[in-house]
Write a new protein. Structure first.
Length: 540
């Protein structure tokens, strides 16, 4: 047998047809048996089946990951709905019902973490220093700078700028743009000004939302008496009270130095507050007066409150109009021949579009359209689906709030151009929110994956560049002083806890000066106005 197989050729006997007749003889050449060729032949038959099975496996895994990520998002939202959180203010997407606890910022969508490049900060941004070297008395330095500005302008009020006006940028110029709004929180308290209590600085650690995480995290509340506060950065001058007239005045001076012209204050209706602070409405008169003295305007970020409906919201709008509507510093925009106030509605998706239509449609049963309560209402856009909801609800526009790129569809920088196009097609205002970074592990110690490093200002710069590329009418800044989530541009300094049980070292803006992000904000506002002037000149 081996010899036969090894023979190079052999003669084949006459072949028979199906009918039995001979069809002739044939001499064929039989090659030697080769195991490799036999294996290759078998593989060719099996490979299509293997490819099909791999395709099914990949599709199944992708579907599982997608459904699991949606499930995690849902659990995170439900957990925050149940626990409240860092202040409860402009924070995170929460539950969709109209009632329940106040929400805080946390929306775990961690894709696209690195859409920005790490780059050095150009040296031309270190401006408006005016030679000041002593940063121990920063408030005095700020006042000196502002005084130099006033003297350079002949002691006149700084001129307010909009995107339609030309301006001159110089080392002593003042730029105040009504097209840049900055979120502000007046919920901090200290024993000296707040009845012997701390508010918000002593924020507690929040429980982790993912029960599968078996790590142990800190619990309890912070102790500001030992420089232990619920924040990863430490404010210059330490913990302060939002009631302190000196603090309010200093904040308005610093915001003016940044160039942002509208202070958007986190607000609850009279008698209501977030779980960690006192009622906020009583702060508004002092903030309006202080803002007026610096040429600033004040708008409201209406927080979600327990039992919120369009009916009681209309009643609260009437209160705002009657109490603050005629104050010179209460922000209004010209719409046609009318001047209308502007309201940011945080967690607006907690009410269904049909409910909002009752208030915002001209045909609604409690409509404010065409009445003395008419205004510009901006919704919070979190998910892609909220675009259609906002349009259906008859909002005038939307904002993104979150300072962390990738937190949500709205806060992902890669989506801003498409969101701007959607807004233009539907005659809506698109207000992207830029921020210097994000870190909240002093209140959510399990949330390190959501942190966004500041990268010496390059993260902030990329947010601004992306926002300006979308050509929005208004840009909002998150935030001036939301310390819990590390989005503040308020001056911060290095510090270390003094409590015996721990020696936490706070983050800072070093090697830059404490007011670095105030000056960065001013730089980008000047850039925005310069670009708008150039575009207007080009079109004419």
């Amino acid at each position: 047998m081996i010899d036969a197989l090894a023979s190079p050729a052999m003669n084949i006997s006459p072949q028979r047809s199906l009918g039995g007749g001979a069809v002739g003889t044939a001499t064929t050449t039989a090659t030697a048996f080769c195991p490799h060729r036999w294996l290759l032949h078998r593989l060719k038959r099996v490979l299509p089946l293997v490819a099909f099975l791999l395709t099914v496996l990949v599709v199944s895994c992708s579907g599982f990951v997608f459904l699991n990520s949606r499930s995690l998002n849902t659990r995170a939202i439900e957990a925050n709905s149940a626990t409240g959180g860092a202040g409860s203010g402009a924070g995170s997407p929460g539950q969709l019902s109209s009632g329940g606890p106040v929400m805080v910022q946390f929306y775990p969508d961690n894709q696209n973490k690195l859409l920005f490049r790490k780059q050095d900060v150009p040296s031309h941004r270190t401006m408006v220093n005016n030679g000041a070297k002593n940063w121990d008395n920063y408030a005095g330095v700020v006042r000196e700078k502002l005084e130099a500005v006033r003297q350079a302008e002949g002691k006149k009020k700084s001129r307010r700028l909009s995107g339609e006006e030309q301006f001159v940028v110089g080392s002593n110029s003042t730029v105040l743009s009504d097209e840049v709004h900055i979120f502000y929180y007046a919920w901090y308290g200290t024993p000296e000004f707040d009845g012997g209590k701390y508010y918000h600085w002593n924020h507690k650690y929040l429980e982790k939302w993912d029960r599968r995480d078996k790590k142990r995290y800190p619990t309890g509340a912070h102790d500001p008496t030992n420089d232990d506060i619920g924040a990863n950065f430490f404010p210059e001058g330490g913990a302060y009270s939002s009631r302190d007239p000196g603090v309010i005045r200093r904040h308005m001076e610093q915001i003016k130095l940044s160039g942002a012209g509208v202070v958007v204050v986190s607000w609850y209706p009279p008698g209501l507050a977030d779980p960690n602070g006192p009622p906020s409405d009583e702060r508004i008169p002092d903030l309006l007066n202080a803002a007026e003295s610096e040429g600033l305007k004040v708008a409201l970020l209406i927080e979600p409150y327990e039992g919120q409906t369009v009916v009681n919201l209309r009643r609260h709008l009437q209160y705002v109009r009657d109490t603050y509507g005629e104050h010179p510093a209460f922000y209004k925009r010209v719409v046609g021949r009318r001047e209308l106030p502007l309201y940011y509605l945080y967690d607006s998706y907690r009410l269904l579009p049909d409910q909002w239509r009752r208030l915002l449609s001209s045909k609604g049963d409690v409509s404010v359209r065409g009445t003395e309560l008419d205004a510009i209402f901006l919704a919070l856009l979190v998910d892609f689906k909220h675009r259609a909801d906002i349009k259906k609800a008859k909002f005038d526009g939307f904002f993104t709030y979150f300072a962390a790129n990738g937190f949500s569809h709205g806060s992902s920088w890669k989506n801003w151009n498409s969101l701007a196009d959607f807004a233009r097609r539907n005659s809506l205002l698109f207000v992207p929110s830029v921020g210097p970074g994000y870190v909240d592990t002093r209140v959510r110690p399990w949330n390190g994956q959501s942190a966004r490093d500041r990268r010496k200002g390059s993260y902030y710069g990329m947010a601004w560049r992306t926002a300006l590329a979308a050509s929005p009418t208004i840009v909002s800044v998150t935030s001036f002083n939301e310390w819990h989530e590390g989005t503040q541009i308020e001056p911060a300094v290095p510090n270390t806890e003094t409590r015996p049980a721990g020696r936490f070292t706070y983050l800072s803006y070093e090697p830059e000066e404490p007011d670095f992000y105030l000056r960065e904000t001013r730089h980008w506002i000047e850039t925005m106005l310069r670009e708008r002037t150039w575009r207007r000149t080009k079109t004419t």
